[in-house]
Design a binder for this molecule. Sequence first.
Ligand code: FAD
Length: 439
Amino acid sequence: MPPPRPWAAKVAALAVAGGLVWLIGLVISGETGSELHAPGGVASFLGTATGLIGTYLALVMVLLASRIPVVERVLGQDGLVRWHRRLSAWPIVLILLHAVLITVGYAQAARTGIAHEIGTLLNDYQDVLAATVGLALMLLIGVLSIRGVRRRIARETWWAVHLYIYLALALSFAHALALGPTFVGHPLTQAIWSIVWAAAAGLVIVYRFGLPVLRTLRHDLRVVEVRPEGPGVVSVILKGRNLERLPVAGGQFMMWRFLVRGLWWQAHPYTLSSLPRPPYLRITVKGVGDHSEAVARLRPGTRVAVEGPYGAFTRHARRNNRVAMIAAGIGVTAVRGLLEDLPKGAEPVVVIRATTEDDLVLRSEIAALVSHAKGKLHELVGRRDEVALDGAALRRLVPDIVRRDVYVCGPETFVATVDATCRRLGVARGSLHHEAYAL
Ligand SMILES: Cc1cc2nc3c(=O)[nH]c(=O)nc-3n(C[C@H](O)[C@H](O)[C@H](O)COP(=O)(O)OP(=O)(O)OC[C@H]3O[C@@H](n4cnc5c(N)ncnc54)[C@H](O)[C@@H]3O)c2cc1C
């Protein structure tokens, strides 16, 4: 894969920040003192501002989710998830505020009641009904994303409802241009806003849909074998065309959609558990739920659609020559892939945690790769309370940890705990890289 270019991600972040500043400037400069002092002026002004900023942030969220390569390669899955969590409440809250403030402002201006003004807005104002449906969809997404609610619904339902964000944004576009004081009578601003939307839509179409379709057709992947690796864990060997053209680094994952009844409509992330050996690819999957358990029953010949490779858990993230890798459970897949791709001199110290010996999957491959790279392998087997991986243990196992890049992979809580321990031991934030097997 082409190495990540942090400067390109910084340029993208600056462009996003610049766009936000431009938008705020536009709203402020478009308002006159007399408009503000008129009845409902303040509420309408704030309503316009919250609507525009909220919509803009929603566009940014959609772009983050579309995994534009220059950004994705720098942020990786963890970074994208982190930004998604940080930003996600804002567009919904701001757009809801916009609806409330505009209704209040217009009601004050017309000296009428809120209920009457809602009726007027829905019936008489161009495209407001469509925008209201869009807002309802966003609220639905927001409610289903609340942690307590999300835990109760299937991930696929949550994901499918998220797709409504495209519809919600499309439904809201026209009313802003037709009614927004920032746009009405300002053809240049209208044109710039329309170009921003068209560019966002174009990027989504290219990277969210176009590139995955192209890769799927180009590589024409099919399952050739499903091989047991340990309790509840299988490796799936896939055969495809042109795999030497797949831009992948060790440690990356792809989204896999197995085209059989019951599975074709869901794509799940699984890491390549070795570098491609054209014409073959391999993933190693632990059965924890519907999809991952069904993987063990895949038949040879099953066609597979893919997205990716994605992820920044690669050798390109390194700052130091030497590395340490710490994984728990099925998190070894990323470590296995990355080990194969390390440059000379990395002398990896690898720490693998598992509950039982049988859970140490890909064990002999990892041992061989560590030995080849002149590294050290520590296997910690036992229950968490029996075999601690605390600061003292890490210092003992990796005495020079602060001079190494540390790659941590596994369940979310494991990654968060090891990350915090490493930080306490003095590992620099930039030398810590994680891949949590969670969304
Ligand atoms: C970047 C990344 C790489 C991964 N690589 C591997 C791998 O190489 N091998 C492997 O066995 N597993 C891997 N996983 C985890 C794997 O994606 C999930 O175990 C799988 O998608 C669970 O789906 P399910 O329908 O079987 O289980 P569900 O019944 O949907 O869920 C079971 C558990 O898995 C979690 N989960 C569900 N879907 C996902 C998902 N898409 N991503 C993360 N967690 C999920 C749920 O929160 C729940 O705790 C990876 C996850 C991520 C994010």
